[in-house]
Write a protein that binds this ligand. Structure first.
Ligand code: TYD
Length: 221
């Protein structure tokens, strides 16, 4: 059976990733693709258990290395238990955040040693590098406003509560990744309306899939 396709969605807070992922999943399913939607940190039972420790801030006092290794542990489980089997059965996997979040949040704004981060990434990703990464780019002020509106009365999580300056550095870091890996990464202007963003994403993804993938249901026809 044909190998599937692995797409990750990245970006700062409030970029609208989850809305866009569900819209894209719906479109791809209507086109006959087997689609798996997942997220990080989490996506497998083991990784979901670690998610709470990270997002509640329980790991924060132990420092960025501890957090980076916990994100990596969650990712390794998620890759081996969920992502790799799905891609091997021919599915299109849509993942909300993946290795670039660690590069940006832990590596850049956590000031961790690039060699340490690269080694951790190699072990956890274990060859499962995304075929396509969509970076939803938004001004930090606008994104944080959206994230706060979505949250309502709830408290900001461990990573949302950081300063606008930190969010700005993350935006720059994502754009630098896109510059360095243009074959994998596409930057999408997420300051536009959800309908416009969805249209751009659909075009990018159908072109990428058309070049490399046939829906599982029609592959043998
Ligand atoms: P989540 O509530 O899933 O949010 P979002 O809608 O922003 O994707 O929170 C995930 C948080 O964890 C987010 O602030 C980014 C952070 N994160 C890292 O710091 N490193 C990582 O490797 C991953 C996957 C996420």
């Amino acid at each position: 059976m044909a190998r599937g396709f692995f797409i990750t969605f990245e970006g700062g807070e409030g970029a609208g990733k989850s809305t866009q992922i569900s819209r894209l999943a719906e479109r791809l399913r209507a086109m006959g693709h087997d689609v798996l939607v997942t997220r990080e940190p989490g996506g497998s039972p083991g990784a979901e258990a670690v998610r709470h420790v990270l997002l509640s801030g329980a790991a924060e006092p132990f420092g960025p290395v501890m957090e980076a290794i916990l994100f990596a542990a969650a990712r390794s489980d998620h890759v081996e238990q969920v992502i790799r089997p799905a891609v091997e059965r021919g599915a299109v996997v849509l993942c909300d955040r993946f290795m670039d979040s660690s590069r940006v949040y832990q590596g850049i704004t956590g000031d961790l040693d690039p060699k340490f981060m690269a080694a951790l990434e190699r072990i956890t990703v274990n060859g499962m590098v995304p075929d396509l990464t969509l970076i939803l780019d938004i001004e930090p002020e606008k994104g944080l406003e959206r994230a706060a509106a979505r949250r309502g009365e709830g408290a900001a999580d461990r990573f949302e509560k950081e300063t606008v300056d930190v969010h700005r550095r993350r935006r720059e870091a994502y754009l630098a990744i896109a510059d360095a890996e243009p074959d994998r990464c596409i930057v999408i202007d997420a300051g536009r309306s959800p309908d416009e963003i969805a249209r751009v994403i659909e075009n990018v993804v159908t072109a990428a899939l058309g070049a490399s993938h046939t829906p599982a249901s029609t592959a043998d026809a």
